[in-house]
Write a new protein. Structure first.
Length: 357
């Protein structure tokens, strides 16, 4: 891998290699863009098969965070860190504290958080060495569980999609198929039920399904059956890559709007296939931005549930704008979301440049 070629291709500002002999720490911190604010993005721990894979992951994910934060209107840039190692056997206090010292050395250009393979406990070790860690539990001065806000943003995104595509102001009687009723899925079911929607759900854990069946009158289906049910909306809240050639062929949905990350197997190919089938797709990184919005208010030391709620509800308007751009330009909604993010980045870049002149 030619690192500077990759940095220049994706436009990263800084890629930091972190190594500590004593703890065996090998980590990469990728700061993609700090135009909107400090680069925020989780720290992933994974037994990568190669160093190239680790670097590529950090670079790809940090770039995604730039777009997500910019499109969501947050004053945050995009960053991501990866620690090379097996989260089941290579974790230690010393390792995370060593990582925390590297984060601190960047002076706030990068703010870390929990991600795949890392936990709240790991963040507490990191916190011992740096001020630049977010998404901590409330008792540690953090913003706590982000899932209720991720669910609220997803709910608002479903409302916007139904309004735009089905021309309906209410969710009453709208059938929503929800894949995964864990943290986000459960709260989403609660809000949809209150709004009068009919729920069809699936999860690999029977007890989670039973809970939403009993509490919200949801209808349960088994596994893959969810892709073919009769419903207006499909809300993926479990896995990534579930929108692919195979599943699109089975879908009768009019809208895909859910909280899961990386829903399209291939953003370009499957984004286009959905457009051809006239299925409106709410870009995942926008509709699920409620969680990062919650963290944003923690980062700026101005946390209040009311402010988070107001900002998260604005996901409705952002999605409306994205749908209008997509229709006007005849592009996919994923492309439209990227354009919206780039428009904001360019605007702020110009302000910076004019200021420096
Ligand atoms: P979670 O683990 O609490 O819930 C996921 C649920 O999906 C679990 O109940 C699990 O059993 C179920 N599931 C897994 N595989 C399944 C399958 N094949 N079919 C049906 N159900 C299956 O996770 P979560 O925090 O609710 O997050 C859900 C999704 O939303 C993830 O993709 C996550 O990355 C994304 N997300 C979450 C947040 C957040 O605030 N928690 C923020 C942004 C994005």
């Amino acid at each position: 891998m030619k690192i500077f070629d990759a940095i220049s291709k994706y436009g990263h500002e800084q890629v930091v290699f972190c190594h500590e002999q004593a703890t065996g720490l090998r980590a990469v911190i990728a700061i993609h863009n700090t135009i909107c604010g400090p680069a925020l993005g989780g720290c992933r721990m994974w037994p990568f098969e190669s160093e190239e894979e680790a670097i590529a992951d950090a670079m790809r994910l940090s770039r995604g965070m730039t777009y997500k934060n910019a499109a969501a209107g947050l004053n945050l840039g995009g960053g991501k860190a990866v620690i090379i190692g097996d989260p089941n056997k290579d974790k230690s206090e010393a390792l995370f504290r060593a990582f925390g010292r590297f984060v601190q050395s960047l002076g706030g250009r990068y703010i870390t958080a929990e991600d795949v393979g890392t936990s709240v406990e790991d963040m507490e070790y990191i916190k011992m060495e740096t001020d630049y860690v977010a998404g901590l539990p409330m008792q540690f001065g953090g913003s706590g569980d982000p899932s209720p806000f991720t669910a609220l943003g997803t709910y608002e995104g479903i409302r916007a999609s139904v309004k735009y595509h089905l021309k309906k102001d209410s969710l009453k009687g709208i059938r929503v198929a929800i894949q995964g009723v864990g943290h986000v899925g459960y709260y989403l079911c609660e809000m949809l039920h209150e709004a009068g929607a009919e729920l069809i759900v699936t999860d690999i854990f029977e007890d989670k399904v039973e809970k939403v069946v009993n509490e919200f009158g949801a209808k349960a289906v088994q596994g893959d059956e969810i892709y073919a049910v009769d419903a207006e909306v499909f809300a993926p809240c479990a896995l990534g890559a579930i929108v692919n050639d195979d599943t699109i062929g089975r879908m009768k949905f009019k809208i895909i709007a859910g909280g899961a990350n990386n829903q399209l197997l291939d953003e370009e190919i499957h984004g286009k296939k959905l457009k051809e089938k006239n299925i409106l797709y709410a870009p995942d990184y926008l509709i699920n931005a409620g969680g990062v919005t919650n963290v944003f208010f923690e980062v700026i030391n101005e946390y209040s549930k009311d402010r988070v709620t107001k900002k998260v509800k604005n996901i409705y308007n952002i999605l409306m704008e994205v749908y209008q751009i997509a229709e006007k330009e005849n592009i996919t909604t994923a492309e439209a979301a990227a354009r919206l993010a780039e428009k904001r980045l360019n605007l702020i870049r110009n302000v910076h440049q004019n200021y420096l002149r």
